[in-house]
Design a binder for this molecule. Sequence first.
Ligand SMILES: [Zn+2]
Length: 73
Amino acid sequence: MGFCISCGQQHQDGIRFCRFCGNQQPGDQLLARLRQEAEQIHYMRLQAQALAQQQQQQQQQYQQNQYNQQPRW
Ligand SMILES: [Zn+2]
């Protein structure tokens, strides 16, 4: 089952046009492309998160080093 991208009515899978409003529905190719794009966005987000974590860790290490370099009386 799918839903019309235009009017939101439920219709059978695999149809090319909505029987309620007549709008063309996305085909398998388009759905596959959209899915791929969504995966890419998800992957990019994961990468950005990993990078942010790395930077945070580096900052913490830097602060620790500075602390270690301070003379202790
Ligand atoms: Zn429709």
